[in-house]
Design a protein around this ligand. Structure first.
Ligand SMILES: C[S@@+](CC[C@H](N)C(=O)[O-])C[C@H]1O[C@@H](n2cnc3c(N)ncnc32)[C@H](O)[C@@H]1O
Length: 264
Protein backbone atom coordinates (compact mmCIF):
# COMPACT_ATOMS: atom_id res chain seq x y z
CA UNK A 1 0.00 0.00 0.00
CA UNK A 2 3.01 2.27 -0.47
CA UNK A 3 2.09 5.68 -1.81
CA UNK A 4 -1.47 5.57 -0.47
CA UNK A 5 -2.24 8.48 1.88
CA UNK A 6 -2.30 7.36 5.53
CA UNK A 7 -6.01 8.10 6.24
CA UNK A 8 -7.05 6.13 3.11
CA UNK A 9 -4.71 3.27 4.04
CA UNK A 10 -6.25 3.01 7.51
CA UNK A 11 -9.75 3.19 6.04
CA UNK A 12 -9.05 0.30 3.64
CA UNK A 13 -7.30 -1.80 6.29
CA UNK A 14 -9.98 -1.30 8.89
CA UNK A 15 -12.89 -1.76 6.51
CA UNK A 16 -11.45 -5.13 5.36
CA UNK A 17 -10.85 -6.18 8.96
CA UNK A 18 -14.32 -5.09 9.91
CA UNK A 19 -16.04 -6.95 7.07
CA UNK A 20 -14.00 -10.16 7.58
CA UNK A 21 -14.83 -10.26 11.25
CA UNK A 22 -18.46 -9.40 10.60
CA UNK A 23 -18.79 -12.53 8.41
CA UNK A 24 -17.12 -14.71 11.06
CA UNK A 25 -19.01 -13.08 13.95
CA UNK A 26 -21.59 -15.85 14.63
CA UNK A 27 -18.92 -18.60 14.62
CA UNK A 28 -15.86 -17.13 16.28
CA UNK A 29 -15.26 -15.61 19.69
CA UNK A 30 -12.00 -14.12 18.36
CA UNK A 31 -13.91 -12.43 15.55
CA UNK A 32 -16.33 -10.96 18.07
CA UNK A 33 -13.42 -9.68 20.12
CA UNK A 34 -11.67 -8.26 17.05
CA UNK A 35 -14.86 -6.69 15.82
CA UNK A 36 -15.28 -4.70 19.01
CA UNK A 37 -11.62 -3.63 18.65
CA UNK A 38 -11.91 -2.65 14.98
CA UNK A 39 -15.15 -0.85 15.70
CA UNK A 40 -13.29 1.15 18.35
CA UNK A 41 -10.67 2.03 15.73
CA UNK A 42 -13.29 3.13 13.24
CA UNK A 43 -15.13 5.39 15.65
CA UNK A 44 -12.17 6.76 17.65
CA UNK A 45 -11.68 10.37 16.43
CA UNK A 46 -7.88 10.43 16.72
CA UNK A 47 -7.03 7.00 15.38
CA UNK A 48 -3.68 7.03 13.55
CA UNK A 49 0.02 6.54 14.09
CA UNK A 50 -0.02 8.59 17.31
CA UNK A 51 -2.82 6.54 18.89
CA UNK A 52 -0.50 4.42 21.02
CA UNK A 53 -0.23 2.11 24.00
CA UNK A 54 1.20 3.63 27.15
CA UNK A 55 4.28 1.40 26.81
CA UNK A 56 5.09 3.12 23.50
CA UNK A 57 5.55 6.40 25.41
CA UNK A 58 7.74 5.04 28.22
CA UNK A 59 11.51 4.74 27.94
CA UNK A 60 12.44 3.29 31.33
CA UNK A 61 11.92 -0.48 31.29
CA UNK A 62 12.15 -0.72 35.09
CA UNK A 63 9.80 2.14 35.90
CA UNK A 64 8.08 1.88 39.29
CA UNK A 65 5.20 4.11 40.31
CA UNK A 66 3.10 4.36 43.44
CA UNK A 67 -0.41 5.77 43.18
CA UNK A 68 -2.97 6.55 45.84
CA UNK A 69 -5.82 6.77 46.40
CA UNK A 70 -6.46 4.26 43.62
CA UNK A 71 -10.23 3.95 43.76
CA UNK A 72 -11.88 6.41 41.35
CA UNK A 73 -14.94 8.46 42.13
CA UNK A 74 -17.26 10.13 39.63
CA UNK A 75 -15.40 12.85 37.65
CA UNK A 76 -11.97 11.41 38.59
CA UNK A 77 -9.53 9.93 36.13
CA UNK A 78 -9.93 6.15 35.76
CA UNK A 79 -7.56 3.88 37.66
CA UNK A 80 -5.56 3.18 34.49
CA UNK A 81 -5.45 6.89 33.63
CA UNK A 82 -4.08 7.61 37.11
CA UNK A 83 -1.37 5.01 36.61
CA UNK A 84 -0.61 6.38 33.12
CA UNK A 85 -0.27 9.97 34.37
CA UNK A 86 2.04 8.87 37.19
CA UNK A 87 4.10 6.77 34.76
CA UNK A 88 4.49 9.59 32.22
CA UNK A 89 5.42 11.96 35.02
CA UNK A 90 8.05 9.66 36.46
CA UNK A 91 9.44 8.52 33.12
CA UNK A 92 10.01 12.17 32.18
CA UNK A 93 11.77 12.96 35.51
CA UNK A 94 9.16 15.55 36.38
CA UNK A 95 9.65 17.57 39.57
CA UNK A 96 7.25 20.52 39.11
CA UNK A 97 3.66 20.12 37.98
CA UNK A 98 0.89 22.61 37.24
CA UNK A 99 -2.58 21.07 37.34
CA UNK A 100 -5.62 22.95 36.02
CA UNK A 101 -8.70 21.51 37.78
CA UNK A 102 -8.05 20.08 41.27
CA UNK A 103 -11.49 18.61 42.08
CA UNK A 104 -11.00 16.23 45.05
CA UNK A 105 -7.20 16.13 44.60
CA UNK A 106 -6.89 12.40 43.88
CA UNK A 107 -4.71 12.88 40.78
CA UNK A 108 -2.84 15.72 42.53
CA UNK A 109 -1.83 13.36 45.33
CA UNK A 110 -0.85 10.52 43.00
CA UNK A 111 1.32 12.93 40.99
CA UNK A 112 2.98 14.23 44.18
CA UNK A 113 3.95 10.66 45.11
CA UNK A 114 6.04 10.29 41.95
CA UNK A 115 8.02 13.54 41.84
CA UNK A 116 11.76 13.33 41.27
CA UNK A 117 12.89 14.51 44.74
CA UNK A 118 11.92 16.34 47.95
CA UNK A 119 12.20 19.74 46.24
CA UNK A 120 9.36 18.76 43.92
CA UNK A 121 6.12 20.76 43.93
CA UNK A 122 2.59 20.56 42.51
CA UNK A 123 0.64 23.76 41.90
CA UNK A 124 -3.04 23.01 41.43
CA UNK A 125 -5.66 25.55 40.33
CA UNK A 126 -9.37 25.28 41.00
CA UNK A 127 -12.39 27.55 40.85
CA UNK A 128 -13.18 28.90 44.35
CA UNK A 129 -16.07 26.93 45.91
CA UNK A 130 -18.52 29.83 45.81
CA UNK A 131 -18.11 30.37 42.04
CA UNK A 132 -21.42 30.74 40.20
CA UNK A 133 -20.16 32.05 36.86
CA UNK A 134 -16.98 31.99 34.77
CA UNK A 135 -15.55 34.24 32.09
CA UNK A 136 -15.86 31.95 29.02
CA UNK A 137 -18.71 29.74 27.84
CA UNK A 138 -18.67 26.22 29.26
CA UNK A 139 -21.01 23.52 30.53
CA UNK A 140 -22.53 24.32 33.93
CA UNK A 141 -21.20 21.03 35.35
CA UNK A 142 -17.66 22.48 35.09
CA UNK A 143 -18.66 25.30 37.43
CA UNK A 144 -20.85 23.09 39.63
CA UNK A 145 -17.97 20.71 40.39
CA UNK A 146 -16.22 23.51 42.30
CA UNK A 147 -18.77 23.18 45.11
CA UNK A 148 -19.48 19.44 44.82
CA UNK A 149 -16.49 18.39 46.94
CA UNK A 150 -13.88 20.14 49.09
CA UNK A 151 -11.13 21.01 46.62
CA UNK A 152 -8.14 18.77 47.32
CA UNK A 153 -9.90 16.74 50.03
CA UNK A 154 -8.05 13.57 49.00
CA UNK A 155 -4.59 15.09 49.55
CA UNK A 156 -5.42 17.21 52.64
CA UNK A 157 -3.83 15.69 55.79
CA UNK A 158 -1.76 13.21 53.76
CA UNK A 159 2.08 13.04 53.64
CA UNK A 160 1.91 14.69 50.18
CA UNK A 161 0.05 17.83 51.30
CA UNK A 162 3.26 19.84 52.03
CA UNK A 163 4.32 19.32 48.39
CA UNK A 164 1.09 20.81 47.03
CA UNK A 165 0.12 24.46 46.58
CA UNK A 166 -3.63 25.01 46.15
CA UNK A 167 -4.38 28.01 43.93
CA UNK A 168 -7.76 29.60 43.32
CA UNK A 169 -9.17 31.23 40.22
CA UNK A 170 -10.75 30.94 36.79
CA UNK A 171 -8.09 29.55 34.45
CA UNK A 172 -9.08 32.03 31.70
CA UNK A 173 -8.34 34.97 34.06
CA UNK A 174 -5.66 33.54 36.33
CA UNK A 175 -2.22 35.19 36.29
CA UNK A 176 0.05 32.26 35.39
CA UNK A 177 3.10 34.51 34.85
CA UNK A 178 4.87 33.70 38.19
CA UNK A 179 5.00 30.06 37.03
CA UNK A 180 6.04 30.69 33.41
CA UNK A 181 9.14 28.72 32.30
CA UNK A 182 9.26 26.88 35.65
CA UNK A 183 7.11 23.79 35.10
CA UNK A 184 8.03 20.26 33.89
CA UNK A 185 4.50 18.99 33.34
CA UNK A 186 1.02 20.51 33.02
CA UNK A 187 -2.13 18.44 33.53
CA UNK A 188 -5.16 20.12 31.90
CA UNK A 189 -8.48 18.99 33.39
CA UNK A 190 -10.42 22.15 34.26
CA UNK A 191 -13.35 23.45 32.20
CA UNK A 192 -14.07 21.25 29.18
CA UNK A 193 -15.31 23.73 26.55
CA UNK A 194 -13.32 24.34 23.38
CA UNK A 195 -12.58 27.96 24.39
CA UNK A 196 -11.29 26.97 27.82
CA UNK A 197 -9.11 24.14 26.56
CA UNK A 198 -7.64 26.46 23.91
CA UNK A 199 -6.67 29.13 26.44
CA UNK A 200 -5.48 26.53 29.00
CA UNK A 201 -3.27 25.02 26.27
CA UNK A 202 -1.85 28.42 25.25
CA UNK A 203 -1.01 29.18 28.89
CA UNK A 204 0.52 25.74 29.37
CA UNK A 205 2.94 26.24 26.47
CA UNK A 206 4.34 29.25 28.38
CA UNK A 207 4.48 27.39 31.70
CA UNK A 208 6.82 24.62 30.51
CA UNK A 209 10.55 25.15 31.10
CA UNK A 210 12.44 26.16 27.91
CA UNK A 211 14.56 22.99 28.26
CA UNK A 212 11.47 20.84 27.80
CA UNK A 213 8.49 19.22 29.48
CA UNK A 214 5.12 17.70 28.70
CA UNK A 215 1.44 18.65 28.66
CA UNK A 216 -1.22 16.02 29.44
CA UNK A 217 -4.89 16.61 28.67
CA UNK A 218 -7.75 14.62 30.17
CA UNK A 219 -10.97 13.88 28.22
CA UNK A 220 -9.18 14.47 24.91
CA UNK A 221 -11.81 12.75 22.76
CA UNK A 222 -14.83 14.09 24.68
CA UNK A 223 -16.82 17.32 25.02
CA UNK A 224 -15.23 20.58 23.81
CA UNK A 225 -11.78 19.05 24.29
CA UNK A 226 -12.42 16.87 21.23
CA UNK A 227 -13.59 19.88 19.20
CA UNK A 228 -10.48 21.79 20.25
CA UNK A 229 -8.14 18.98 19.20
CA UNK A 230 -9.89 18.43 15.87
CA UNK A 231 -9.39 22.08 14.93
CA UNK A 232 -5.97 22.56 16.53
CA UNK A 233 -4.47 19.47 14.91
CA UNK A 234 -6.01 20.34 11.56
CA UNK A 235 -4.34 23.76 11.69
CA UNK A 236 -0.99 22.36 12.90
CA UNK A 237 0.58 18.91 12.73
CA UNK A 238 1.57 18.94 16.38
CA UNK A 239 3.09 15.76 17.85
CA UNK A 240 0.22 14.90 20.18
CA UNK A 241 -0.02 11.25 21.29
CA UNK A 242 -3.35 9.74 22.35
CA UNK A 243 -3.01 6.94 24.90
CA UNK A 244 -5.10 3.85 24.13
CA UNK A 245 -7.67 2.76 26.69
CA UNK A 246 -7.64 6.24 28.20
CA UNK A 247 -8.91 9.74 27.39
CA UNK A 248 -5.38 11.12 27.80
CA UNK A 249 -3.42 13.08 25.22
CA UNK A 250 0.23 14.00 25.74
CA UNK A 251 2.62 16.32 23.92
CA UNK A 252 6.19 17.50 24.49
CA UNK A 253 7.03 21.21 24.66
CA UNK A 254 10.46 22.78 24.23
CA UNK A 255 11.30 26.50 24.03
CA UNK A 256 7.58 27.23 24.21
CA UNK A 257 6.89 25.15 21.09
CA UNK A 258 5.38 21.70 20.62
CA UNK A 259 7.98 19.01 19.99
CA UNK A 260 8.05 15.24 19.76
CA UNK A 261 9.21 14.19 23.22
CA UNK A 262 10.01 10.66 22.00
CA UNK A 263 12.71 12.10 19.75
CA UNK A 264 14.87 13.60 22.54
C1 LIG B 1 -13.15 16.96 36.13
S1 LIG B 1 -12.69 17.88 37.51
C2 LIG B 1 -10.97 17.55 37.67
C3 LIG B 1 -10.67 16.16 38.11
C4 LIG B 1 -9.29 15.98 38.65
N1 LIG B 1 -8.27 16.54 37.79
C5 LIG B 1 -9.03 14.51 38.85
O1 LIG B 1 -8.18 13.96 38.17
O2 LIG B 1 -9.69 13.91 39.70
C6 LIG B 1 -12.64 19.54 36.89
C7 LIG B 1 -12.23 20.54 37.95
O3 LIG B 1 -11.92 21.76 37.29
C8 LIG B 1 -12.49 22.84 37.99
N2 LIG B 1 -12.74 23.92 37.03
C9 LIG B 1 -13.76 24.03 36.16
N3 LIG B 1 -13.66 25.16 35.46
C10 LIG B 1 -12.54 25.78 35.87
C11 LIG B 1 -11.90 26.99 35.52
N4 LIG B 1 -12.42 27.81 34.60
N5 LIG B 1 -10.77 27.35 36.17
C12 LIG B 1 -10.25 26.53 37.14
N6 LIG B 1 -10.81 25.36 37.50
C13 LIG B 1 -11.93 24.98 36.88
C14 LIG B 1 -13.77 22.26 38.59
O4 LIG B 1 -14.16 23.01 39.72
C15 LIG B 1 -13.33 20.85 38.96
O5 LIG B 1 -12.79 20.82 40.26
Amino acid sequence: MAGIPTPLKYTIQNSSLFLGNLLAYPFSRLARHRLSHSYDMLVYPFFGERYVWLSHLLRNDDLEVVVAPLRAREHNTTEFELLSIAALLKDNLVNTVFEIGTFDGRTTRAMAMNLLNEQGRIHTLNLPPDTSDVSLATDKIDVGLASKVVSGERFINTPQEPLIEQLWGDSAKFDFSPYNNKIDMVFIDGAHSEDYVRIDTQNSLKLIKPGGGIIIWHDSHLFGVKVFFKKWLKENHYPVYFVRNTTLAVMGVKNGQPFDFLQK
